[in-house]
Design a protein around this ligand. Structure first.
Ligand code: ATP
Ligand code: MG
Length: 233
């Protein structure tokens, strides 16, 4: 039996510009993403990859066209509600050395945001966390202040935080940028399994196609604010 795959993100003729900059950062974009899919967005620096995913999340609003996130127009105030069903690990995730929250606390805060709980200490999160933490091999990092961890270690903590929130849509902007080769493969594998098990969607931005070639359903190439190629794998 064939199952119907719901569309979770849709962009119709979307153009976005940053204030004070005349030229649009992305222009006339038409895309549709379905549940259960892992989509990779690639392209050179300045191509518009980060702009595209922040537009999907409704953090940037188009001056032309329409974006729908989980059925909600991102210009609507209701976008806040559907954004809670998404996780986003931005490109600039690094925390400064003086930040004293432990890695464990950072992960717990991700859960608290979803459950709208103020007191994170009341959360029973251990059972949910443990498989992800084992897979990412970050057990030994949990009690360290986040700012004292290396770039790659912090990156794994933020990816773990994004996953334990059990998002419908997972947005990862350059999730391999600080990772060694083995860790890249582990993260790619964890994301693929998460998408399959939860009928979720992942939008993953990466310059480097090596870790994702074998797991992607679609590879979208961008250049100068435009989509130049869509490849179905
Ligand atoms: N905050 C901003 N203000 C003005 N222009 C911006 C801003 N952020 C991005 N841009 C411009 O928008 C265009 C697309 O940038 P974007 O960050 O989306 O590219 P990217 O593909 O993510 O690049 P990278 O691979 O370097 O992360 C670039 O020309 C950039 O200069
Ligand atoms: Mg970027």
């Amino acid at each position: 039996m064939q199952t119907v795959q719901r569309e979770v993100i849709r962009l119709d003729n979307v153009s976005v510009a940053y204030s004070g900059i005349g030229k649009p950062a992305i222009e006339n974009i038409n895309l549709s993403f379905k549940e259960g899919k892992l989509i990779v967005i690639t392209g050179p620096n300045g191509a518009g990859k980060t702009t595209l995913i922040e537009t999907c999340l409704g953090l940037l609003k188009p001056f032309k066209g329409r974006v729908s996130l989980l059925g909600i127009d991102t210009r609507s105030r209701k976008v806040i509600n559907v954004r809670k069903l998404c996780s986003y690990v931005p490109q600039d995730f690094m925390r400064p050395p003086f930040e004293t929250y432990t890695a464990r606390h950072i992960i717990k805060l991700g859960l608290a945001a979803k459950k709208q709980l103020f007191d994170v200490s009341t959360l029973d999160y251990t059972s949910k966390l443990s498989p992800t933490i084992k897979l990412l091999n970050i057990d030994d990092l949990l009690d360290s202040p986040i700012g004292t961890l290396s770039g790659g270690e912090q990156q794994k903590i933020f990816i773990a935080r994004a996953l334990v929130r059990e998002p419908k849509i997972l947005f990862l902007d350059e999730p391999f940028s600080s990772l060694d080769r083995d860790s890249r493969e582990i993260v790619a594998d964890v994301v693929r399994k998460y998408v399959n098990l939860n009928r979720a969607t992942a939008l993953l931005v990466s310059h480097d196609l090596n870790p994702v070639k074998s797991i992607a359903d679609e590879i979208i190439k961008m250049r100068k604010g435009k989509i130049v190629e869509v490849k179905y794998m």
